[in-house]
Design a protein around this ligand. Structure first.
Ligand code: PBG
Length: 324
């Protein structure tokens, strides 16, 4: 298709034409907002590395979830910050734990918002790892039981979707089995299927107090160099019964999102993680980039790559620019 017969600028000459030929559009339906919930009353503690994001006590959380839902955001994902941590992360599956209570209160106050819960013990273990530790090793199979119990208490509290983020092998199967055996066939599993061992989680770990106390997460989270392996992880989780699969982080892994989207026939989510958020906020604060424009461009790029759902700390800010 050669010049001068074809001039691609013809289709860029006005806002109306641009709107007609636009291939990707974002809407508030695409967004999922993460929240950090902690003990106490009226707590609103800003996370220093994530301007605008706070640890919230349940009463403040409910108000913020209501506000997000009113802006057109259909779903939220909850991360718990318990007061007590131990070796096994036993608070994670306490039926009256922080997340379980938060789910109940949200479902009472905003029944139609979709509540997703993160299923992983790193915020609940004193060593900060996503599994049971023995002799310095993170045990896979022994962790499955704890994850299943945790997911079950979330489902019992009323969570619509449980989202395992631990990267133990076989956890989707174990959780599905537990849920099915306890009459929670309707509970959806969104699996963090291709989750990379990423430095972009830094600010989240400050927010959740979940940094590993020894070593790193490289024996369970994926090597950032591997894309084919990401597909393998995704296929396995689909086989084990995942309803939605996730790629995480998003920005440095747009190629993985793209490949996964082309290969699977279930919805793909992507997590626009804490470090991706903080970098934009920091640069915008310095006046180096236009924060709003960069935010919208990033979210659009994740959608364009093939994610149907985007978990993002920008959700409410972005919703103000979006159609519902
Ligand atoms: C694990 C979990 C993490 C994130 C979500 N779930 C942290 C980790 O794997 O260390 C990171 C999210 C973000 O950076 O925004 N429970």
């Amino acid at each position: 298709m050669s010049f001068p017969t074809h001039r691609y600028r013809r289709l860029r000459q006005s806002e109306g034409i641009l709107r007609m030929v636009r291939e990707t559009s974002l809407s508030t339906d695409d967004l999922i907002e993460p929240f950090f919930v902690c003990e106490g009353i009226n707590v609103r503690q800003e996370i220093s590395s994530m301007p605008g994001v706070c640890r919230l006590s349940i009463n403040n959380l409910v108000a913020e979830v209501k506000a997000a839902y009113a802006l057109g955001i259909p779903a939220v994902i909850l991360f718990g910050i318990p007061d007590k941590k131990d070796e096994l992360g036993s608070e994670a599956y306490n039926p009256d734990g922080i997340v379980q209570r938060a789910v109940r209160e949200i479902k009472n106050a905003v029944p139609n918002v979709v509540v997703i819960t993160d299923v992983c013990v790193d915020e609940y273990t004193d060593h900060g790892h996503c599994g049971i530790v023995k002799n310095g090793k993170i045990l896979n199979d022994a962790t499955l039981d704890i994850l299943s119990k945790m997911a079950l208490t979330h489902a019992e509290a009323g969570a619509d979707i449980v989202a395992p983020s631990d990267m133990m092998d076989g956890r989707v199967q174990a959780i599905r089995k537990t849920l099915d055996e306890t009459s929670h066939q309707e509970t959806i599993i969104m699996s963090y299927a291709a989750k990379y061992a990423s430095a972009f989680y830094g600010p989240f770990r400050e927010a959740a107090g979940s940094s590993p106390q020894f070593g790193d997460r490289c024996s369970y989270q994926m090597d950032p160099a591997n894309a084919t392996e990401g597909l393998k992880e995704v296929f396995q989780d689909v086989e084990e019964g995942a309803d939605i699969i996730m790629v995480k982080p998003a920005l440095s892994y747009l190629d993985v999102i793209y490949q996964v989207h082309r290969e699977v026939n279930i919805p793909v989510a992507a997590y626009n993680v804490s470090g991706e958020y903080s970098m934009v906020k920091a640069a915008a604060q310095k006046g180096w980039v236009d924060g709003d424009k960069v935010m919208m461009e990033i979210l659009l790029s994740i959608k364009r790559a093939g994610a149907q759902m985007i978990l993002s700390y920008f959700s409410r800010e972005a919703a103000k620019f979006l159609d519902r």
